[in-house]
Design a protein around this ligand. Structure first.
Ligand code: XMP
Length: 505
């Protein structure tokens, strides 16, 4: 007879945390959100830890190289989407690894023949007021001058005037060699009262620009995820079909961690993929696997050698897997059961396998709940898709700014490998995801900062200064449907939802 899980399968919305004793030490500034990304033996340190418990989803609408840099700056990690060619995915990874924080490849470049009118138009388009002038107008052409707002006065000049006639010429510019460190560049900027410093190669070609304001903001990112060469860390998605070609290309590009991206992880394909990686790279290549929703699935992937395991089927905001196929499990129940299995596994083997709750995070407090339930970090798609840094289009829908966000199982993504159950068909028979809009929310930095301030605050209420302590001390309660109503504003008319009010006196 079929096995029936008697307990209902619950979502994050059905739980609340009950506060524990908090001492005077339990202040948000004392909380550390550092958390393991990859497995480790008792008494040892993980090879990779995240500085904040957030990774971005392996999705076309979420994780490209731009998102990866923005998230690594804040202490998390992106997993670049695998539903693209191997060369394109590897190139994105390589761009993240080559990115030098504080060193800008200029995107607003001029030639000496351009006019003041063109300068004004470019400044409006890019929002940048400092523009290098190069012989060919490219970011790495031979430097011949610079134009800043101080070089022209619109009220007194004709828009036809040539850049060559009003730029600050090369001979008057202070520059530095391309191998100058950020600290040295900043010292030159300060000593010479500059706003920017061009770094040039030996043949006078422009390499980077360093800006005074960027150095200051670089210093204000204490959580940056950096490798031993001070490069940003980045992950990448792989599938169970072309791993023999994809994995070597990503490793060559410098990827820090891989993750098998699949809608269902309890499968021989995942074990074969993990085995191939271990056979070819031993433990030097780190790889997560998933997704699973019960103890059995966890055991399978743990024994197969996964470095971390992802939890979740059908809970994602754009997922329709549960509707289409009738498989899945409430994200909270899945997280709790898999975490119990992980803790038992740790007791038995002395190996701690980090868990990632993937999908279904709607409110910021769902992150805290997922951590309290035993997850070590969370994967977010919808959350990150809303930000400036996501690769998708920003559009206006009914008067509001939105970003496009589509599932990897939607026809738009064409990611058949993620839903592959073997065979030669190489295409999806039906969709498991939708194409949608999500409200535009501004910059990643501002939003992550706000979200994590809430997470830290709740952790303090639970008497926890670390995620491990939260997992240990948290008390969770199932809420009734009426207590959910009680939890929001109720029995009042909210002013921001009441547009038409007149004075009754
Ligand atoms: P959120 O809720 O953060 O979920 O938007 C992101 C996660 O959803 C999964 N995903 C999908 N699942 N059909 C599915 O059933 C899809 O088209 C799809 N696309 C992404 C994935 O695990 C992601 O991290």
């Amino acid at each position: 007879m079929a096995y029936i899980f008697e307990e209902p399968s619950r979502t994050f919305n059905e739980y609340l945390l009950v506060p524990g004793y908090s001492s005077s030490e339990n202040r948000p500034e004392n909380v550390s959100l550092k958390t393991p990304l990859t497995k480790f033996k008792k008494g040892e340190e993980p090879a990779i830890s995240l500085n904040i418990p957030m990774i971005s989803a392996i999705m076309q609408a979420v994780s490209d190289d731009g998102m990866a840099v923005a998230l690594a700056t804040e202490g998390g990690m992106s997993f670049i989407y695998g539903s693209q060619t191997i060369a394109d995915e590897a190139a994105m990874v390589a761009r993240v690894k080559a990115y030098k924080a504080g060193f800008v490849v200029s995107d607003s470049n001029l030639t000496p023949q351009m006019t003041l009118g063109e300068v004004v138009a470019l400044a409006e388009k890019t929002g940048h007021s400092t523009m290098p002038v190069t012989d060919d107008g490219t970011a790495h052409g031979k430097l011949v001058g610079i134009v800043t707002e101080r070089d022209y006065r619109l009220s007194r000049m004709s828009l036809d005037e040539k850049v060559a006639d009003f730029m600050t010429p090369r001979a008057e510019l202070i520059t530095a060699p391309a191998d100058t460190t950020l600290k040295q560049a900043n010292d030159i900027i300060w000593d010479n009262k500059l706003n920017s410093l061009p770094l040039i190669d030996t043949d006078d070609k422009l390499a980077y620009m360093v800006f005074r304001k960027d150095y200051d903001s670089h210093k204000s990112n204490p959580n940056e995820m950096l490798d031993e060469h001070k490069r940003y860390m980045v992950g990448a998605g792989i599938n169970t079909r072309d791993f023999a070609e994809r994995v070597p290309a990503l490793v060559d590009a410098g990827v820090d961690c891989l993750c098998i991206d699949s809608s269902e992880g309890y499968s021989e394909w995942q074990a074969l993929t993990l085995k191939w990686i271990r056979d070819h790279y031993g433990d030097s290549v780190k790889v997560g696997a998933g997704n699973v929703v019960d103890a059995e699935g966890f055991r399978f992937l743990a024994d197969a050698g996964a470095d971390f395991i992802k939890i979740g089927i059908g809970g994602g905001s754009i997922c329709i897997t549960r509707e289409q196929k009738g498989i899945g499990r409430g994200q909270a129940t899945a997280t709790i059961e898999v975490a119990r299995a992980r803790d038992e596994y740790f007791k038995e083997t002395g190996v701690y396998i980090p868990l990632c709750s993937d999908g279904g995070i709607v409110y910021d407090h769902h992150i805290t709940l997922a951590l309290a339930m035993g997850s070590d970090f969370v994967m977010l798609g919808r959350y990150f898709a809303r930000f400036d840094e996501s690769p998708s289009n920003k559009v206006m829908v009914n008067g509001s700014y939105m970003k496009e966000y589509w599932g990897e199982g939607s026809a738009r993504a064409r990611n058949w490998q993620r839903y592959d159950l073997g065979g030669d068909k190489q295409k999806m028979s039906f969709e498991e995801g939708v194409d949608s809009y999500v409200p535009y929310a501004g910059s990643l930095k501002d939003n992550v900062g706000l979200t994590l301030s809430k997470v830290k605050s709740t952790m303090c209420n639970c008497g926890a200064l670390t995620i491990a302590e939260l997992q240990d001390k948290a008390k969770l309660t199932v809420v009734s449907s009426t207590s959910i109503v009680e939890g929001g504003a109720h029995d009042v008319l909210q002013k921001d939802k009441t547009p038409y009010v007149s004075n009754a006196n």
